[in-house]
Design a binder for this molecule. Structure first.
Ligand code: GTP
Length: 644
């Protein structure tokens, strides 16, 4: 029974609790990659093998895993049998939750890692929730046990996790992914506790063999072979030469090559342990089938044999973009180059939506949609790292739903499309997306967190103690490490957390609070559009949609910031923030005095010349855009938007 020797599993955890390190260690222990020398004499070697699965540069720099990646390994268990373990490494950040969901669809179980120093965190709770919703087997493990001292903290975390999983503390594994200590027990637990994929139904008289059905759960583009699809085989098998069909597009393809990730792509025909020429039921592997156009690749698609059509598998929800922003080249002449860079980057990150847009101030650009603000940051950084593109990113906006008097509905992703007060008279309902936030923090920060959430228009839903930490604290109240911790659930507008919420939460809790969220339905909201005017002219790239209770404060802040970055001109510059014809804030920049050196004392000739030369060089460096007679260096614009 081939399928009984297969295990499909994912590692889930809060950010930085050690998933990637554990995945690397498992790849080494199973001989999938050569072992890193964790000895003191060869530190470079260790650095080289660090986090094989985190391949993108941004991931390395930021230390986060952005794209889920998989790898197949072969493990000889204590029962003497060899098992094929399909590991799906998942990204750890909240914006990439959809990727976590994808990997769960292809697994029967998960390893839930918790850092021994930090304990259960917000994301531990949200990812566990997803795994339980899918009835997956959960193996709990406390990582970084090498850091555990004798203060009872490690045991407290262990109890916290066993409480959460409603299991015996003895079932929780203690490991150190870094040193490799205990990692063998993780491999054993995967084999012993996680069930194999479900067996094939017995063959009937009409069908000799089960027809092939495979779920596409990841894909990327290779310039030689076209689209490479990562497929989890739910039924039947697929091999080279088979003719397959996509359920979504109806296009037919011939399988040119297929294999497993080990963790690099290895053709199945060449893999010594694969023991088969086909990707069989329960396996996860890559398929190249001459799909040349990346637009034909859909995550969640089902492939089936062309000769044996089957209904598509239950798929995941298509990704919805929740944060939109305009992206413009910093260099006013750089549109074509930027267009090509965005085209190529969206091929590798299919969750970004892109449409052209233009601004009277910034010229030609794009309106891009992202899963969240971190996703947006990562995309911007990749544009810079991989294509050398410096861009201006306008203020992000969440989708806003408008219902008009005549019953029509419209979703807006650009602040410039939001009606002015006159236009709003025709709108009967304005709605914005909400989230359900989970915050875990030591009890002492509760007050500050409540204030933060309230000032972000949050409504409390519940407030509970993480059980065992509260219990332990009563017995060892003196130890600061064991202070009781609370879980707070809040309903918050998505728009209020996409800019500064995370950093504010970290700073008010000295870094101890953790945060995660799930989408919640849209709710009614009193929003309005705020315009920024420079000498009476609207700067479209700076207009925003804000809640009426916050618009006054925002207007003042924006006007002040602009005053700081716009250099003096020959003419007076007046900056205003306004809703319709109501002016919220006004700032003025006085014109130059004709002689720029007049203000310097002493009439020192050399000093005067130096000043003039400096000014000239400065001018040459700036790339400018203008509104009427006013010139604004794009850099200044970049600075004001960058600081939002
Ligand atoms: P994301 O991909 O960002 O979600 O993080 P991750 O969960 O994959 O964590 P990662 O493996 O990148 O580990 C985070 C940090 O913890 C790294 O600096 C690791 O070296 C360190 N780390 C991981 N496991 C251990 C461990 O067992 N002991 C110690 N001391 N450090 C560890």
């Amino acid at each position: 029974r081939q399928h009984e020797k297969i295990r499909n599993f994912a590692c889930i955890a809060h950010v930085d609790h050690g998933k990637s390190t554990l995945c690397d260690r498992m790849l080494e222990m199973t001989g999938t990659i050569p072992p890193a020398a964790i000895s003191r004499d060869q530190p470079e070697q260790e650095a080289k093998n660090e986090q094989v699965l985190d391949t993108l540069k941004v991931e390395r720099e930021r230390g986060i895993t952005v794209r889920a990646q998989s790898a197949t390994m072969f493990h000889r268990h204590t029962d003497g049998q060899e098992y094929m373990l399909n590991l799906i490494d998942t990204p750890g950040h909240v914006d990439f939750a959809s990727e976590v969901l994808r990997s769960l669809l292809a697994s029967q179980g998960v390893i839930l890692l918790v850092d021994a120093a930090q304990g259960v965190q917000a994301q531990t709770l949200t990812v566990l929730d997803e795994a339980l919703k899918r009835n997956l087997t959960v193996v709990g493990a406390v990582n970084k046990w090498d850091l555990v001292k004798d203060d009872g903290r490690g045991e407290a975390v262990l109890n916290e996790l066993s409480d959460l999983l409603a299991c015996d503390p003895g079932e929780i594994l203690r490991i150190s992914a870094k040193t490799g200590w205990g990692v063998e027990s993780v491999l054993d637990a995967v084999v012993e506790r996680i069930p194999p994929p479900p067996p094939a139904p017995p063959a009937t008289a009409t069908t000799d063999k089960e027809p092939f059905r495979g779920l596409v759960f990841d894909s990327w583009y290779d310039s030689f072979r076209g689209v490479v699809s990562l497929v989890s085989v739910f039924e039947g098998e697929v091999k080279k030469g088979d003719s397959i069909t996509s359920s979504i597009t109806g296009n037919d393809y011939t399988v040119l090559d297929l294999g497993i990730l080990s963790p690099r792509e290895v053709s199945i025909a060449e893999h010594p342990d694969a023991n088969s020429r086909a990707l069989r039921k329960g396996m996860a592997g890559w398929v190249v089938c001459g799909m040349k156009n990346p637009k034909d690749a859909f995550l969640g698609d089902t492939f089936h044999l062309t000769s044996r059509p089957t209904p598509p598998l239950e798929s995941f929800k298509p990704l919805k973009s929740m944060v939109f922003a305009g992206i413009y080249p910093l260099d006013p002449g750089g549109f074509t180059k930027l267009e090509e860079a965005i085209r190529r980057l969206t091929l590798t990150d299919r969750s970004v939506t892109s449409n052209r847009e233009s601004s009277t101030f910034l010229g030609q650009g794009f309106r891009l949609g992202f899963n969240g603000s971190l996703h947006m940051d990562v995309f911007r950084q990749r544009l810079e790292d991989e294509f050398g593109e410096e861009v201006i990113v306008t203020r992000p906006l969440v989708p806003v739903k408008l219902t008009f008097k005549d019953g029509t509905e419209r979703t807006i992703d650009n602040p410039a499309d939001f009606p002015d007060p006159g236009g709003l008279l025709k709108v009967v309902r304005v709605q914005e997306p909400m989230i359900r936030a989970t915050i875990v923090a030591p009890d002492e920060y509760t007050g500050a967190i409540i204030n933060l959430c309230t000032s972000h228009r949050g409504v409390p839903l519940s407030h509970t103690y993480l059980s065992s930490s509260a219990a332990t604290s009563s017995s060892t109240a003196s130890s600061t490490a064991l202070k009781p911790r609370v879980t707070m659930l809040y309903s918050l507008p998505l728009s209020s957390i996409i800019t500064s919420f995370h950093s504010a939460l970290k700073s008010i809790s000295s870094g101890f609070a953790s945060f995660d969220y799930e989408e919640a339905p849209y709710e009614d909201s009193d929003l309005c559009r705020m315009n920024i005017l420079v000498n009476g002219q609207k700067v479209d790239a700076l207009c925003t949609v804000a809640h009426r209770s916050e618009v006054q404060k925002e207007g003042r802040e924006w006007a002040k910031r602009l005053r700081e970055v716009i250099p003096r001109q020959q003419h007076e510059v007046v900056i205003q923030a306004a809703v319709g014809s109501t002016i919220l804030a006004r700032e003025r920049i006085a014109p130059f005095r004709k002689d720029v050196t007049a203000g310097l004392y002493g009439g020192h000739y050399e000093r005067k010349m130096k000043h003039l030369a400096k000014q000239k060089a400065g001018k040459a460096r700036l790339k400018e855009r203008s509104i009427g007679r006013i010139t604004i260096p794009t850099e200044a614009f970049h600075a004001v938007l960058g600081g939002q």
